[in-house]
Ligand binder design. Structure first.
Ligand SMILES: C[S@@+](CC[C@H](N)C(=O)[O-])C[C@H]1O[C@@H](n2cnc3c(N)ncnc32)[C@H](O)[C@@H]1O
Length: 387
């Protein structure tokens, strides 16, 4: 991004000498932070790239990646269904305008967002919730209450270099903090029979039992020695999701050989059995990269990736593209839609551009929005990145 441009916009922003120093800006409650958007908002996908006279546009689209100016609450309804949600909002540290000064108010702050994500997400959706460890602990019960299932907590370890020369061990009363967390949540699909809700595991057993065929037959149907009875139809914690190909075989066999009066078996609508494609959409995508653990070691954003004006960082919370890309790669495929409700400098939008995903981002601060648009406009996608 041309530095003259940043120098022009950035003086209106609180600037950060580094990403540990926060200014104590005024706190806006949710309603007072709503920005009315007087213009029509272009749809996320299929929108044309727009020429930006940055100060007078309300959204910008490039290759399926759209950044909106304003409160994400006003956009969720028009965004298509997300496969990934990257939440990097308030931390309860007074880090930017609207960020509460402590974690006490975070649960109430996030509640309307979490409620909306829950309505719009599907069992394919993964939520990556960034925060401090205390912020995450505070919001975790809200996520559970709204039907999110906890998968894993990833620790972003910025390393000792993050506090080098900056920590006075004589006066500190705790060890210096060089981490943030990124917790992964998914949604369980809803199954049931006769109005009784069931888990996926219970439903699989229930449906096979209805056929009247012994469970032992499921092994030969799937072409395995005992994996079907040991994994897919077990009642214990060793239960395992039947892969699509095995699910299709089970469904076919059940409907051809099961008690005819009970057909269709493995149906979600009582009319026809569920297809393999529908079954695949019953759980969140996850591509596990070899060598990656739940400790993500990466320095705070530095060098040319860090957006600066007059050598000061523009946003205290700019996330490393490598970590955002890791989470997007792990939980989506090319062409899937990523939501970034709290854009900042819109790192998830840039990561989506790199990875060939669609993205809908919102940023409430005019200044950050304008810088994010410039960032997106000028970003050079390396061809090796895509895929
Ligand atoms: C932690 S920062 C995000 C940083 C971002 N991940 C990056 O790498 O640049 C959170 C941002 O969310 C914005 N924000 C807060 N509430 C918002 C809302 N309701 N709608 C849209 N943006 C919001 C803040 O202005 C702030 O810039």
């Amino acid at each position: 991004m041309p530095s003259e441009y940043l120098d022009e916009i950035a003086p209106r922003l609180p600037l950060f000498a580094d990403d540990t120093a926060f200014s104590a800006d005024a706190i806006l409650d949710h309603d007072s932070a709503v920005v009315q958007n007087p213009l029509d908002i272009a749809p996320v996908t299929g929108a044309r790239s727009q020429r930006v006279g940055v100060g007078d546009i309300n959204c910008y689209t490039r290759a399926g990646v759209t950044v909106f100016r304003g409160d994400s609450m006003q956009f969720y309804d028009q965004w298509e269904t997300p496969v990934v949600i990257i939440s990097d909002g308030p931390y309860g540290v007074g880090g930017f305008r609207g960020d509460p000064p402590n974690s006490h108010d975070l649960a109430a702050w996030y509640a309307p967002h979490v409620a909306t994500w829950s309505k719009r997400a599907t069992p394919q959706t993964t939520l990556w919730f960034w925060n401090t460890e205390l912020g995450w602990a505070t919001v975790h019960p809200v996520l559970l209450r709204h039907g999110w299932t906890y998968r894993c907590c990833h620790i972003w370890n910025k390393g000792v270099g993050h506090i080098a020369g900056n920590a006075n061990s004589k006066s500190l009363r705790k060890f210096p903090v060089v981490t943030e967390v990124c917790a992964q949540y998914v949604r369980e699909p809803e199954f049931g029979a006769g109005g009784v809700p069931m888990s996926m595991r219970e439903w699989l057993r229930y449906e096979w039992e209805r056929t009247g065929i012994p469970f032992s037959v499921t092994n030969s149907v799937c072409g395995v020695r005992n994996a079907a009875t040991r994994k897919y139809f077990t009642k214990d914690h060793l239960w395992y999701y039947p892969p699509v190909e095995h699910f299709e075989r089970l469904v076919l066999y059940a409907n051809e050989h099961g008690n005819p009066s009970g057909c269709p078996y493995f149906s979600s609508n009582g009319i026809r059995p569920m297809s393999g494609a529908e079954w695949a959409r019953m759980r969140a995508k996850f591509h596990c990269e070899v060598g990656v653990t739940n400790v993500w070691t990466a320095p705070a954003v530095r060098g040319s990736e860090r957006l600066k004006s007059k050598s000061k960082c523009i946003h205290s919370n700019q996330k490393p593209l490598q970590l955002i890309e890791l989470s997007i790669r792990a939980s989506s495929d090319s062409g899937d839609l990523v939501w970034e409700p709290f854009g900042g400098l819109c790192s998830a939008a840039v990561a989506s551009l790199n990875l060939g995903r669609n993205c809908a981002s919102a940023e409430i601060s005019d200044e950050f929005f304008e810088i994010a648009v410039e960032r997106l406009k000028n970003h050079v996608v390396k061809s090796s990145h895509k895929g």
